[in-house]
Design a protein around this ligand. Structure first.
Ligand code: HEC
Length: 144
C-alpha cells in the first residue's frame, strides 16, 4: 500500500472510531431509561391484574448489573464517602424491593406487593431529590 492510500485509510479509521466515541451512550441515562420502561410495563400490568407481567418487569430491574465501575469512580470523585455509600444503598434498595415485589406477585398479594412497589418508587424519587444536582455531572462524564 502506498503512503497516500495509507494516510487516507488512517483518516477514515480515526473518523470512524471518533464518531463511535461521540455516540457512546451515557451509562446512567441508559440504566434509568431501562428502569423507567420497566416501571411503565409494571403499571400497565398492575391495572390488568397481570401478576406474571408485573413480575417480569420487576425481574428486569432486579437483574440490573451493579452500577458500572466507571460511574462508581466518577461518583466517588465527586461525592463525600457517606454520600457515595447512600447512593449505592439506594441503588441496591431498588433491586431488593423489585425482588420483594416479585415474591408478592407469586403470592398474588396485591396489598403487600404495593407496599414494596411504593418503597421502590420512593427510592427512585429520593435518589433524584438527593443526588441529581450533585451526581449528574459525575455520571455523565463516566463513559464506556
Ligand atoms: C441511586 C440513585 C438513583 C436511583 C435509585 C434512581 N435514579 Fe434515576 N437517575 C439518577 C441519576 C444520577 C440520573 C441523572 C442521569 C443523567 O442525566 O445523566 C437519573 C435520571 C433519571 C431519569 C432521566 C433520564 C434522562 O435521560 O434524562 C429517569 C427517567 C429516571 N432517572 C428514572 C428512574 C426510575 C424509574 C428509578 C426507580 C426505579 C430511578 N430513576 C432510580 C439516579 C438514580
Amino acid at each position: 500500500m502506498n503512503l497516500p492510500r495509507l494516510i487516507t485509510c488512517l483518516c477514515f479509521l480515526f473518523f470512524f472510531v471518533g464518531s463511535l466515541a461521540a455516540e457512546e451512550p451515557r451509562l446512567t441515562q441508559k440504566r434509568m431509561a431501562g428502569w423507567e420502561a420497566q416501571m411503565e410495563l409494571f403499571q400497565r400490568a398492575l391495572y390488568r391484574h397481570d401478576y406474571k407481567k408485573m413480575a417480569d418487569a420487576m425481574a428486569v430491574i432486579e437483574q440490573t448489573p451493579e452500577v458500572h465501575p466507571k460511574v462508581q469512580a466518577a461518583l466517588k470523585a465527586t461525592l463525600e464517602q457517606r454520600e457515595f455509600n447512600d447512593y449505592m444503598k439506594l441503588d441496591h434498595y431498588i433491586r431488593t424491593n423489585a425482588s420483594l415485589v416479585i415474591e408478592q406477585a407469586g403470592e398474588r398479594d396485591i396489598q403487600k406487593l404495593l407496599i414494596h412497589q411504593g418503597r421502590l418508587i420512593m427510592a427512585c424519587i429520593q435518589c433524584h431529590d438527593t443526588f441529581l444536582a450533585k451526581a449528574v455531572n459525575a455520571v455523565r462524564q463516566a463513559k464506556h
